[in-house]
Ligand binder design. Structure first.
Ligand code: DOR
Ligand code: ZN
Length: 348
């Protein structure tokens, strides 16, 4: 096989930032993806429908001429989020999900939720109107080891939350553990899991063995090899509950390469080549379209894209970093040369 044509993919978890960074990174996503769920962790965060409308307008203004890309906006859940505001933004087709950050779990999560009883009313309203909750699934308890924070979150927070709000659609985002995979697999409806590009490729040794590699540091942090293999197995299985959410999270190199560096891998430019390589390595190229282009829309109740993307054999021609007016941003290095590159995208 020399070419691979898929329905145009979507990215169900993406950080676009704002200002110069938005203008620099958006074209990379818009080149390969038709839609993306846009993370709301700006400073200040996107908390109201009005904030989401304004951010959406800034994204549309930053799109290159002729680009075909639809941002799917989200609201950042705070303890003061008003159910009526969420319902109105959903009714206006402005937002497609609400994002839950446990307070202090990750970048710009200080306004997130500490007391879950305070968001019960919003979550109940979301269940009524069928609006999904996207969850950053890590506890913030300093006593819990960082490598255990996802598994503990599932037991302590996620499962009780889902029991308290029956019918709430939930996406457990950027799953990094076998426990995360098993939890999603144990439920047939209303629960999905996104998997990033980088968590299919790196384990914790890649970050820490033989020298520290800040560009591989993200949250949730990559775990042991057995967890990476669990992610690979389920992503390449075609299971409809799992779909791509790159969590492409650009930070400038100076922000990553400092004594306390930021979490995030910038994968938008090479996600599709890396995924084609990974799925082929696992003998599952026939399952790639389900993971990138079919399972996500089905979960969100949206039609799959009508257009296509075509990949051909051969390495992508990409720089190691891109320049932005905020500074250079390093593109995720998978540690191998992908055997595929994107050649074309058609809209019909
Ligand atoms: O690695 C990450 N980067 N994980 C997150 O949860 C947030 C993200 C960011 O915004 O940089
Ligand atoms: Zn993220």
């Amino acid at each position: 096989m020399t070419h691979l044509t898929l329905r145009t993919p979507d990215d169900w978890h993406l950080h676009l930032r704002d200002g110069p960074m938005l203008r620099a990174v958006l074209p990379w996503t818009a080149a390969h993806f038709a839609r993306a769920i846009i993370m709301p962790n700006l400073v200040p965060p996107v908390v109201t429908g009005a904030d989401a409308a304004a951010y959406r307008a800034r994204i549309m203004a930053a799109l290159p001429e002729g680009a075909q890309f639809t941002p799917l906006m989200t609201l950042y859940l705070t303890e003061d989020t008003r159910p009526d505001d969420v319902a109105a933004a959903h009714a206006a087709n402005l937002i497609h999900a609400v994002k839950l950050y446990p307070a202090g779990a990750t970048t710009n999560s200080a306004s997130g939720v500490a007391d879950f009883s305070r968001v019960q009313g919003v979550l109940e309203r979301m269940a009524q109107i069928g609006l999904p909750l996207c969850v950053h699934g890590e506890v913030t308890d300093p006593a819990v080891d960082i490598f255990d924070r996802e598994a503990v979150f599932i037991d302590r927070v996620l499962d009780p939350l889902r029991r308290r709000v029956p019918g709430l659609k939930v996406v457990l985002e950027h799953i990094t553990t076998a426990q995360g995979v098993d939890y999603v697999k144990a439920h047939d409806t209303g629960l999905g899991g996104t998997i990033t590009t980088h968590h299919l490729v790196i384990n914790r040794n890649h970050i820490l063995a033989g020298g520290i590699r800040p560009h591989y540091y993200c949250l949730p942090v990559a775990k042991r090899e057995k967890h990476r293999l669990a992610l690979r197995t389920v992503a390449t299985s075609g299971d409809a509950r799992f779909f791509l959410g790159t969590d492409s999270a650009p930070h400038t190199d100076p922000a990553k390469l400092q004594p306390c560096g930021c979490a995030g891998c910038f994968t938008a430019p090479n996600t599709m080549p890396i995924l084609a390589h990974v799925f082929e390595e696992d003998g599952a190229l026939d399952k790639l379209e389900a993971f990138t282009s079919l399972n996500g829309p089905a979960f969100y109740g949206l039609p799959p894209n009508e257009g296509t993307i075509t990949l051909a054999r051969g390495a992508p021609d990409l720089p190691s970093c891109i320049n932005t007016d905020d500074g250079p941003v390093t593109i995720f290095d998978p540690g191998f040369t992908p055997g595929w590159h994107v050649t074309a995208r058609s809209s019909c």
